[in-house]
Write a protein that binds this ligand. Structure first.
Ligand code: ADP
Ligand code: ZN
Ligand code: ZN
Length: 682
């Protein structure tokens, strides 16, 4: 007799097919089985799901349904834990189950038929045993204490450790003790950006053997991703090391999740289902009975407050290994420096001295390109993008004007397109210009062997080509660069041992940003950057972090000078509490895109008007529709609507009730809309 199968299939974001589709099958297959099913005129990959609760299902007659196609029963079914994570993600972030489920699988798996899969699974695997690799150092007292807590308490844990305090060693040991307790167990280690932390993978492979560790991130080819995914799914891989997408890896024996640099904004997906991999890691660990360790020197205020409330357990590691001191912080009051100077004379002098001593410096500015704007000195022409409400950035290297929002690129005009004046000039500075000016300013400085200074630049432009980043990092490590100039990319993760000076050239904009999270991001950026200096204990004493600012009296800098994250967090949380901002309130955004701003806002207004009558509507504050900061990108107008609520469950209930209303709204000219739950950027 034919069976009824409920299958989750890839569905568009706002399709009314919220749940499963029904098919018939000769044999029963358990939930989690991968199948190929007809959908319209296509055949797609789907996942067998549990029977939905609705009564309607009862009435279905298998004989009336289309049959499933191939069944990929060479693979064990996806676990109940995995299905629960997917269902939670879809519900919490307001996306369809099918979209989330299929996006969580490697692209190549979705395309394979049963024969191809069988061939894949037969492929011989290099069964390198998870042999104990390199020796582990003796733990510091802080590390031992943290590890003991992780072993004996339920968590979740926030490992609050200074840069260089040995957090990674704690992760390694936590994984090791998990494996000792349960030789079959698996660990998931999440990192913000794998390219920036090649040392981390090397350390795990060295400790546990290369065969035990697989990587999972978007920089891999599809065949590589499938290979890693299968190894994890079959339980062969002991450790999965990956970026945010890896939170959805299939791990049948998951025992531990580590989220390194848990404060990093890249854990939040910014398109499709806008999930937070950190938050999902905490959810997944609890649901599957695994432990979770969030690590950072500058935790997110959300996690910090969760410790305050006793929801997370805070494990502190204040001291750097080898007693390397954190660098002294020097604030340069730019109000007292020559006007318009990019580099203040004292900073320039300090960099020059480092070069002369054969030490390295790291200088960063959060703007790539040569100058953010090119302007005419005779009329009011500026290098605006014709498709976006933004300026195109001047890149001197290839003499182009490039829009960093839509990519629109043109050669720099010979004369002003508006008045013909040939005197058009760059306004403001980017990393290219920084590199050029530093070269001029340090032209007379000599290295210990009498040769001129060597300056290199590292940013999204210089690292665009494959392998370029690795090559540049290797150059810095090999001591072939004296001054490294770049965007905040240079401040992340690398273990540059001989850098003794780090400088933030112009970080002020974050102090006065309309984004309430800007100070939090700046503080963590500066603390991370400071952590790059003086990793080598022998040089640590002479290490310095320089900050040029027009607001040296800002409380953020007072906390920075003392490397006092708790003081900073306390001050910020006080402000957030007074203003009823996250983490004291919960937010969601409704974003709309249309050909005109009027249409986008009309959609949002109708959505807002429908709000008060809905479940939970009385608890949710619905703000007025506003244009987004960069209002137009690639000729599409963008607007958004902010929701705020003191209770997460009330906000969730409201969003669930709102979703069908939004789907029913018909506004002519609307291109698309999306909900962002717990948005990071507002
Ligand atoms: P974090 O992740 O907190 O920045 P790491 O784990 O990378 O710190 O440790 C910083 C440095 O100290 C690394 O070079 C690491 O090998 C070393 N280290 C960590 N723990 C110990 C220890 N217990 N004994 C000796 N060296 C250690
Ligand atoms: Zn002009
Ligand atoms: Zn543009």
């Amino acid at each position: 007799m034919a069976q009824l199968l409920h299958v989750v299939v890839p569905t568009p974001a706002h399709s009314t097919v919220g749940g499963t589709l029904s098919y018939s099958s000769e044999l029963p297959y358990p939930p989690g089985t991968l199948v190929r099913v007809p959908l319209g005129r296509r055949e797609v990959c789907g996942v067998v799901w549990e029977t939905p609760a609705e009564d309607a299902v009862e009435a279905l007659d298998p004989a009336q349904l289309r049959p499933v196609g191939a069944v990929l029963d060479g693979l064990p079914p996806l676990s109940a834990g995995w299905r629960q994570l997917v269902a939670f993600t879809a519900g919490y972030y307001q996306r369809s189950l099918g979209e989330v489920a299929l996006a969580a699988l490697p692209p190549q798996l979705r395309a394979l038929d049963a024969v191809q899969l069988a061939r894949r699974l037969q492929r011989k695997v290099d069964d390198a045993p998870a042999a104990p690799g390199g020796p582990a150092p003796d733990l510091s007292a802080d590390q031992a204490q943290a590890l003991a807590a992780i072993g004996s308490e339920p968590g979740p844990f926030l490992l609050f450790g200074a840069t260089g305090s040995g957090k990674t060693e704690v992760y390694l040991r936590a994984v090791q003790s998990l494996m000792e307790r349960d030789p079959q167990a698996q660990a998931l280690v999440l990192v913000p950006e794998i390219n920036l932390t090649p040392q981390l993978q090397a350390r795990f492979e060295h400790r546990f053997g290369a065969g035990a560790v697989v990587a999972l991130h978007s920089g891999m080819t599809n065949p590589q991703r499938l290979k890693s995914w299968i190894a994890a799914h079959l339980g062969r891989a002991r450790i999965v090391l990956g970026t945010r997408m890896a939170v959805f890896a299939s791990l049948p024996r998951l025992g531990l999740i580590v989220v390194d640099e848990e404060h990093d904004p890249s854990y939040k997906q910014q398109e499709g289902a806008r999930y937070s991999a950190r938050d999902l890691a905490v959810y997944r660990a609890r649901a599957e009975g695994a432990k979770v360790v969030l690590g950072s020197a500058t935790p997110s205020l959300e996690s910090w407050q969760a410790c305050d409330r006793g929801r997370y357990r805070c494990l502190e590691m204040p001291t750097r290994i080898g007693a390397g001191k954190l660098p002294a912080v020097r604030l340069v009051n730019m109000n007292h420096q020559p006007r318009g100077a990019l580099f203040s004379p004292p900073l320039l002098d300090a960099i020059g001295q480092r070069v002369a001593r054969g030490e390295q410096s790291l200088v960063f500015l959060n703007r790539r390109g040569y100058a953010p704007v090119l302007a005419c000195n005779a009329c009011d022409w500026k290098s605006e993008c014709s498709h976006c409400s933004a300026f195109r950035v001047f890149h001197k290297i290839d003499r182009t004007l490039r829009c960093h929002h839509c990519g629109f690129t043109e050669r720099v005009p010979r004369a002003c397109p508006q008045c013909g004046n040939v005197d058009i000039a760059p306004v403001g500075r980017g990393t290219e210009r920084l590199e050029e000016q530093l070269g001029e300013l340090l032209a007379d400085v000599r290295r210990p062997d009498g040769t001129p200074v060597r300056i290199a630049r590292m940013d999204a432009d210089s690292t665009r080509l494959k392998g370029a980043l690795e090559q540049q990092l290797a150059q810095v490590h090999a001591g072939e660069v004296d001054v490294l100039v770049g965007t905040q990319m240079v401040t992340k993760g690398h273990d540059f041992r001989t850098i003794t000076l780090v400088a933030a050239v112009n970080p002020d904009s974050a102090l006065y940003s309309s984004d309430f999270r800007a100070p939090e991001r700046l503080f963590s950026l500066l603390m991370q950057a400071a952590g790059r200096a003086g990793r080598d204990a022998a040089r640590a004493a002479a290490s310095e972090m320089w900050v040029q600012t027009f607001s040296p009296e800002h409380p953020l800098f007072a906390a920075l000078k003392k490397h006092d994250y708790p003081a900073f967090a306390e001050q910020q949380l006080r402000e957030r509490r007074q203003a009823a901002m996250p983490p004291f309130a919960y937010q969601a955004l409704l974003r709309a895109e249309a050909r005109t701003q009027e249409v986008a806002q009309a959609f949002l207004q109708s959505a807002a008007d429908a709000g008060p009558g809905l479940e939970g509507g009385g608890h949710v504050v619905i703000y007025a529709p506003v244009p987004m900061t960069v209002q137009r990108v690639a000729n599409v107008e963008r607007a958004q609507l902010l929701l705020e609520c003191g209770s997460r469950p009330a906000l969730q209930a409201f969003l669930a009730a709102w979703q069908p209303v939004l789907q029913g709204l018909r506004v002519r000219g609307l291109i698309r809309w999306a909900i962002d739950v717990d948005p990071l950027v507002i």
